[in-house]
Design a protein around this ligand. Sequence first.
Ligand SMILES: Nc1ncnc2c1ncn2[C@@H]1O[C@H](COP(=O)(O)OP(=O)(O)OP(=O)(O)O)[C@@H](O)[C@H]1O
Ligand SMILES: [Mg+2]
Length: 254
Amino acid sequence: MADVVRVIDLVKTYYLESVTVQALRGVSLTVEEGDFVALMGPSGSGKSTLLNQLGCLDRPTSGHYYLGDEDVSQMDDDQLSEIRSRFLGFIFQSYNLLPQYTVVENVEIPLLYQGIKLTERTREWCIHLATLVGLGDRLDHRPMQLSGGQQQRVAIARALVNNPHVILADEPTGNLDSRTSDEIMERLQQLNDTGKTIIMVTHENDIASWAKRVIRMRDGHIETDERNQHRTIGKALAKDGVNFNGFSQLPVNV
Ligand SMILES: Nc1ncnc2c1ncn2[C@@H]1O[C@H](COP(=O)(O)OP(=O)(O)OP(=O)(O)O)[C@@H](O)[C@H]1O
Ligand SMILES: [Mg+2]
């Protein structure tokens, strides 16, 4: 498998008035296409900082980051935003759904940000994604009318709308009870089974056990990087027979 993410000696230093914080102190990491990585480590160890770098939401102080073949560490803001919309999908703990919009409209939002004209076909695509995450009977509901797990599933559908190569998730089950967390993790595993690369921050061992690889950080370094031997592949996919392969038929030009 090709490397989809290649990070070389990445340093991120925050300069505040009185203190300097070395949030990343030389992180090197490669992630193969189709991998499922859990990023763990104590509070303040640099997990979110690394995820923000991988998500092209911020530039490193030094070091290189190749996403596919492109060195994104040298890009300007416009180029970064273009790379984000072409390659990446984001799932955050707080969902970031817009309360006045319906499920389908929330899924459509990243397309609007990319300047893609909404049409019948993009609408069908968004309905397809909402249905894939089990919200086919909630298309016109607003976020307030959904449970926490359902809101997080909207966030997953929205993260898929640009058919991303890499999905980045920061504590995707952080606010959810354990049953709903498992449901969300099954969805992520299904996506991974179809070849999507996933990099996910979590504090919880139970959640990390869904990943194929667990990286532990400490003080801005990678401390350990291990393959998860017990990860079962294909379980969830076989169970409800959802077909994610239709993702290649993305009706929008991204
Ligand atoms: N924007 C910022 N400005 C200054 N310092 C920051 C900024 N963001 C993070 N830091 C500091 O960088 C270090 C790493 O923070 P980061 O948010 O990456 O930790 P984390 O591993 O995600 O922690 P948590 O598990 O609590 O979310 C911390 O010491 C934090 O205080
Ligand atoms: Mg964090």
